[in-house]
Write a new protein. Structure first.
Ligand code: FAD
Length: 461
C-alpha cells in the first residue's frame, strides 16, 4: 500500500481549507467509512475538500504522487466506489451548501450535498428537485447516473432538470458545462457517472410541489403477491404522471399501523405519491386498496421532507449490502413468478425486492438526449440483499445472483447507479451502443489517461 509521508501531507495541507487525514489521524476511520459495510478500504490519504480550489489541489496532488483517486459524494454507492485502498479518497462531505433562487426556481447544490440538504432548502419555498427516496443519498453520485424518485414521472429525472455544473477535470482545471458551454461534457455528465471530473456544484430547475403530498403505504398479504403484482402491472398502464406507485416485497418492519403479529412477516408494500388534490388521490388509490386484502395502511397528506426520509431507517448505514438490478421490458407473468419464488427464500429479513414503475416524463425524452439511456423500460427490478455478519456473505450474495440470473430473460438494460462491481460488459449494458461510443469519445477528450477510473468505468478507448 502506498504511504504518504508527513512531509508530503504538509505540502497538501498548506493553504488547504478543508482537512487532510492520514491513517493515524483520529478522524480517519470514520471518514473512510461508506454506506455499504462490505467495503472496508484504507486510502493512503483522505482529502476532505472545502471549495473548488481544494478539489483542484487534491487532484493535482494525487496525480503528482501517482495515487488512485476515488471520489466520495454521499458515500452511498452500493459498489463502494467512493473509497479506495492505498490511494486518495477525495471527500466532498464538507461541501453540502444548497442555495435556492425562488425567483428563477433554481437550486444550486455543492458536490457533496445530500438529498436531505436539497429538500430542506428547496422546501422553504414549496419547491423540490426530482431526486431519490432516501435522504442520506448523495446528490453527486445520484445525479451523475440519472436520478429518479417520487416526482420523476411528472417532472423528469434529476439529469432532466440539471441546468449547469461546475467541475474540476483530471488536469485540475475548473470548467463549467451547460447546454451552451462544453455541451459534449454536459451531455456525458447526465448519466455517464463520475468519469469526467469532480463536480463541485450542480444547478437544477425546481418543480413547484408545495409542502405536502398525498402519499402513503398499503401493506398487502404475501399470499396474494402474484395476484397483486399482476394487478399492479395493469393498474399503472395509462396512469397519470401525477401518480407514482412502487412495490416492495420484504419482511414487514415494525410499523405502528400494523399489528404485532405482522411484524417480520413477508408482505407486499405498496408505496405511492399523488401530486394533486387529496380527494382525487383518494379515488386513485381505491383500486389498489381493493385489489387484494391489506394488513394495514397509513395514507394521508405528508410533509415532503418527512416523506422523503420515511425510508431512511430501512437503508441506514453500516449493514452489508449486495445489489443486483435490471430494467424490465415488462412485468410478465413469468417474471412475477420468479419474484414470488425468490421472495419466499429471502436470506434475511432486511432484504428487499423493489419493483418501481418508471414510465412517464423521463420516457418522453429522446434516449440519446442525455447519456442516461434506458428511458423506455416500464419497470425496474432491484434485488437489495442486506445482512449483518460477514459469515453470511456467500449465502446472501448467492441468493441475489441466482435471482438475478433467473430474471435475466426479462431484462432490458440496467441503471448505472444500481450496478455493483460487475465488470465492463455490465457497465456497457447501462447504455445503448450509440450512447456508449459517444461517452467513450467524451472520455477521451476530457480524461484521456483514465485518471477517474474508480467508478463504473468508461475507458477512453
Ligand atoms: P458515492 O458512493 O459517494 O459516489 C458514487 C460515485 O459517484 C463515486 O464513485 C464517483 O464516481 C461519483 N461521484 C459522486 N459525487 C461526485 C461528484 N460530486 N463529482 C464527481 N463524481 C462524483 N438512485 C436513484 O436514482 N434513486 C433513488 O431513489 C435511489 N435510492 C437509493 C437508496 C439507497 C439506500 C442507495 C444505497 C442508493 C440509492 N440510489 C438511488 C442509487 C444512488 O443513486 C447511487 O448509489 C449513487 O451513486 C449515490 O451517490 P453518492 O454520491 O451518495 O455515492
Amino acid at each position: 500500500m502506498k504511504q504518504i509521508d508527513k512531509k508530503a501531507a504538509e505540502v497538501l495541507r498548506s493553504g488547504f481549507r478543508g482537512t487532510v487525514l492520514l491513517p493515524h489521524d483520529e478522524e480517519y476511520d470514520a471518514a473512510r467509512r461508506v454506506w455499504n459495510a462490505m467495503f472496508d478500504r484504507r486510502p493512503a490519504v483522505i482529502a476532505r475538500c472545502l471549495g473548488t480550489r481544494d478539489v483542484s489541489r487534491a487532484i493535482s496532488f494525487a496525480r503528482e504522487h501517482g495515487l488512485l483517486l476515488s471520489v466520495r459524494g454521499g458515500g452511498h454507492n452500493s459498489a463502494g466506489t467512493a473509497v479506495c485502498d492505498g490511494g486518495m479518497m477525495l471527500d466532498l462531505s464538507l461541501m453540502r451548501r444548497v442555495t435556492v433562487d425562488p425567483g428563477t426556481r433554481t437550486a444550486r447544490a455543492d458536490g457533496g450535498a445530500l438529498l436531505g440538504d436539497l429538500d430542506a432548502e428547496t422546501q422553504l419555498h414549496g419547491l423540490a428537485v426530482p431526486a431519490g427516496v432516501v435522504s442520506h443519498t448523495g446528490v453527486g453520485g445520484l445525479t451523475l447516473g440519472g436520478g429518479f424518485g417520487w416526482i420523476s414521472r411528472k417532472h423528469g429525472l434529476s439529469v432532466d432538470n440539471l441546468l449547469r455544473v461546475e467541475l474540476v477535470t483530471a488536469d485540475g482545471e475548473r470548467l463549467e458545462a451547460d447546454e451552451k458551454t462544453n455541451e459534449d461534457l454536459f451531455w456525458a455528465l447526465r448519466g455517464g457517472g463520475g468519469n469526467f471530473g469532480v463536480v463541485t456544484s450542480f444547478t437544477f430547475r425546481c418543480a413547484e410541489i408545495g409542502k405536502h403530498v398525498y402519499s402513503g403505504l398499503l401493506v398487502k398479504r404475501f399470499e396474494d403477491a402474484g395476484r397483486f403484482l399482476a394487478f399492479y402491472r395493469d393498474y399503472v398502464r395509462g396512469l397519470p404522471d401525477e401518480m407514482t406507485v412502487w412495490v416492495i416485497v420484504r419482511c414487514a418492519p415494525p410499523l405502528p399501523f400494523l399489528s404485532a403479529d405482522v411484524h417480520g412477516k413477508l408482505v407486499v408494500i405498496v408505496a405511492f405519491v399523488w401530486l394533486g388534490d387529496p380527494g382525487q388521490g383518494e379515488r386513485r388509490i381505491r383500486p389498489l386498496r381493493d385489489a387484494t386484502p391489506s394488513h394495514g395502511e397509513a395514507v394521508g397528506a405528508n410533509g415532503w421532507c418527512d416523506w422523503q426520509s420515511s425510508f431512511d431507517g430501512l437503508s441506514s448505514h453500516g449493514a452489508r449490502n449486495y445489489w443486483k438490478s435490471h430494467h424490465l421490458g415488462d412485468l410478465t407473468d413469468r417474471a412475477i413468478e420468479r419474484v414470488v419464488e425468490f421472495a419466499a427464500s429471502m436470506p434475511t429479513d432486511e432484504c428487499e425486492i423493489f419493483v418501481p414503475h418508471m414510465e412517464g416524463a423521463p420516457s418522453r425524452v429522446e434516449p440519446e438526449a442525455t447519456a442516461y439511456a434506458h428511458r423506455r423500460a416500464p419497470f425496474v427490478l432491484n434485488i437489495h440483499t442486506r445482512w449483518r455478519e460477514a459469515r453470511d456473505d456467500e449465502r446472501c450474495t448467492a441468493w441475489a445472483r441466482d435471482f438475478h440470473s433467473a430474471t435475466e430473460p426479462f431484462a432490458r438494460g440496467v441503471y448505472v447507479n444500481f450496478l455493483g462491481d460487475e465488470g465492463q460488459d455490465r457497465v456497457r449494458a447501462a447504455y445503448t451502443p450509440e450512447v456508449w461510443s459517444r461517452l467513450v469519445g467524451v472520455k477521451k477528450k476530457y480524461d484521456p489517461e483514465n485518471f477517474f477510473r474508480m467508478n463504473q468505468n468508461i475507458p477512453p478507448s
